[in-house]
Write a protein that binds this ligand. Structure first.
Ligand code: PGA
Length: 254
């Protein structure tokens, strides 16, 4: 049985005081939502403070990125061990802003995925098509290529420890969310892809979040889709009340 997983991707927002306050409020609110997994992903400089703020609660902490090497001369990068050391449980990998703004390839995301798994961090691997790709009818192909590239060499057992986030690029930060049926269609395709690559059990077991303009108003409808197992929330995760409403929509699904 897949658990609903709601994660907040704070991106490059908030200062230290605001981060700790938001994390504290989320931890308090999530105490009422034991049937749902909840995580917050603050900017890396606040991971430590946020991990301390949510300590003892059910809320997990995730990084928004990491590097695949274990250590060494990689100026500005952070290793999986460093993230674990400050209390992370998750790492978002291959977010569309990293793919499109910072030029990350499936090959790089794949290396990061293996490094995260080796360190027992749960990767949240993001995939999603651009508007141009969708309009050209290429959504399924693009998703397949991203899955095959980002998850190359991942075993069936490892796959069970990975979360996939389907985030159509055209829906991220635009206020234009995918229609629930559009999200469901891609999630079903993703399960078929996983079933082909691995087996039926893996296809059914992997948690697949939807992301892209999820908010307190549309969350329940998106989460009502049987193959949508949660949400990766950007803008609406910056206000405790909004984020907790989305968590609550997850609770109603369980
Ligand atoms: P958004 O971002 O909710 O602000 O669209 C989602 C994401 O990028 O993870």
């Amino acid at each position: 049985m897949r658990r609903i997983f709601i994660a907040g991707n704070w991106k490059m927002n908030l200062n230290r005081t605001e981060s700790v306050a938001l994390a504290t409020a989320v931890a308090k609110g999530a105490a009422e939502a034991k049937s749902v997994d909840v995580a917050v992903c603050p900017p890396s400089v606040y991971l430590d403070a946020v991990a301390q703020a949510v300590r003892g609660s059910s809320v997990g902490v995730g990084a928004q990125n990491m590097y695949f090497e274990a250590q060494g001369a990689f100026t500005g990068e952070l290793s999986a061990a460093m993230l674990l050391d400050v209390g992370c449980r998750y790492a978002i990998l291959g977010h569309s802003e990293r793919r499109h703004v910072l030029g990350e390839s499936d090959e790089l995301i794949n290396k990061k995925t293996h490094a995260a798994l080796a360190a027992s961090l749960t990767p949240i691997v993001c995939v999603g098509e651009t508007l141009e790709q969708r309009e050209a009818g290429r959504t399924a192909d693009v998703i397949r290529t991203q899955v095959e590239g980002s998850l190359a060499g991942v075993s069936a057992e490892q796959m069970l420890g990975i979360v996939i986030a389907y985030e159509p690029v055209w829906a991220i930060g635009t206020g234009k969310t995918a229609a629930p049926a559009q999200a469901e269609e891609v999630h079903v395709d993703l399960r078929k892809l996983l079933a082909q690559r691995y087996n039926a059990e893996v296809g059914q077991a992997v948690v697949i979040q939807y992301g892209g303009s999820v908010n307190a108003k549309n969350a329940a409808e998106l989460l009502s889709q049987p193959n949508v197992d949660g949400a990766l929330v950007g803008g609406a995760s910056l206000k405790a009340e909004d984020f907790l409403s989305i968590v609550q929509a997850g609770v109603s699904r369980t």
